[in-house]
Design a binder for this molecule. Structure first.
Ligand SMILES: [Zn+2]
Length: 237
């Protein structure tokens, strides 16, 4: 299936979601759903590259849906609460790929669980400071909950650890690339955790083992050796 036949659902239209949407447009996407409840702020414009000063104060999802038709993407906007994620994912059209681009750990876990439950391909990403990560989630492979188990009690805050605009741009584009790859029948990226050191230009592609006890999936898992992965939840958008 080609990108023009798919619907791309981008949850979080900020520093990761904006470059991801631009890269999806470059990759031939024609349909998107943009999910966000925040408004465009002037001090974030440098990394939220879909917007300009005229959008300040507007809902990001609405501003993105206004901009995307100029990139040949037909878009609609949504808002989403954690408790509604499962019903939202269940309502998505066939041939959908979800990109989780928020900085909200609880939402990341809820989207992971819902996409596995409804067998919807998902890419989860995060970036903070000089570090970034991306993971393609599919049934039969390690998922976000296999790796991190539960949302952290205390996650690092973007305003404390800093967000590098070019860094989140890099990870957002990687996420879009992985999302486009999910449409290929011979794609092998599912379950692989991309860990990117944006300062030293090192990229690790880890293959964590799926946890048999992970409650996000109750289908058979292939037996695999565990691989080392970071022990704390990844950096955020
Ligand atoms: Zn899992």
């Amino acid at each position: 299936m080609g990108p023009s036949s798919a619907c791309f659902v981008v949850i979080g239209a900020g520093g990761l979601g904006c470059p991801a949407l631009l890269a999806l447009a470059a990759g031939g996407a024609t349909r998107a759903v943009v999910v966000d409840h925040d408004r465009v702020e002037a001090h974030n414009l440098q990394r939220q590259v879909l917007y300009d000063v005229g959008d300040v104060g507007a809902l990001k999802a609405r501003a993105a849906a206004r901009r995307l038709p100029s990139l040949h993407i037909e878009a609609r906007c949504e808002q989403l609460q954690v408790q509604d994620v499962s019903a939202f994912v269940a309502s998505l059209p066939a041939a959908t790929v979800v990109l989780e681009c928020t900085d909200q750990p609880a939402l990341k876990f809820a989207v992971n669980d819902a996409c596995l439950a409804h067998d919807v391909p998902l890419v989860i990403g995060a970036a903070l400071g000089w570090a970034g990560q991306a993971l393609a989630v599919r049934r039969g492979h390690a998922c976000y909950r296999c790796i991190y188990e539960a949302p952290p009690q205390q996650a690092p805050r973007c305003d404390e650890a800093g967000v590098l605009g070019s860094g989140v741009g890099h990870i957002g584009m990687l996420m879009a690339h992985l999302a486009l790859a999910q449409l290929q029948t011979d794609d092998t990226s599912a379950g692989q955790l991309w860990v990117v050191d944006l300062l030293r230009f090192r990229v690790q592609r880890l293959a964590p083992a799926a946890r048999p006890a992970c409650p996000a999936h109750d289908f058979p898992l292939p037996a695999r050796e565990a691989a080392p992965v970071p022990t704390t939840p990844g950096p955020r958008a």
